[in-house]
Write a protein that binds this ligand. Sequence first.
Ligand code: AMP
Length: 189
Amino acid sequence: MSSDSTVLIFLGPPGAGKGTQAARLAADLGLRKISTGDILRAHVARGSELGKQVKPIMERGDLVPDELILAIIREELSGMPQVRVIFDGFPRTTQQALALDELLADISAPVDAALLLEVDEAELVGRMLQRAKMEGRSDDNEETIKRRLQVYREQTQPLIEYYRERGVLKTVDGLGDPGQVYCRIREAL
Ligand code: AMP
C-alpha cells in the first residue's frame, strides 16, 4: 500500500457481511468507512429530497442511478486531507468503478485492494432474512432479496474481473463466523 493514502473496496453479494467486516477493518486500520447504502438509508430516514427519490428504488432492490451515487462519493471525498477509506457497497457498476478510478487518479490515491467476500446464495438468503428480523430493513424481504441478488449478478459481478485485471483483487471465503472471516481478511491484506 502507498504510504500516504489507503483505498480499500469491499465487493460481494448482498448479505455477504461487507458492512460488518468493513466496520471492524476501518476501526483497526484507522480508515473511514464509506457505505453508500448507509448514507442512502439516512437520507430516506430523514426524508430529504434525495431520500424521497431513492426510497422506491431501494425498496424494489434496484440500483440507484450512478450519477446520484457518484455525487455522494465526490462529496464524501472532498476536503479529506488524506484519503484513507474503505468503500462498502461501492462501486456496484462498471461505470461507478471507472468514475472512481478517475476521481482517485486526480488525487494520486490508487485502489490498494478490492476484497471479494464469497458466500453461496442459499446462505445469503438465510442471512438476509435473519437480518430482516434483527434490523427491520425494508429491503430484506424475500422478493427484494431475490431481485438484489439478480442485480448483483448482472451489474456488480463484472467488477470482479475489473479488479482482477488491475491486480488488486483479493478473494476471501465469507463462510463461518465473523471473527474467522475477519482473520482471513487480515491475512489476505
Ligand atoms: P446496501 O446496504 O449496500 O446493500 O445497499 C442498499 C441499497 O442501496 C441497494 O440495494 C441499492 O438500492 C442502494 N445502493 C447502495 N449502494 C449503491 C451503489 N453503489 N450504487 C447503486 N445503488 C446503491
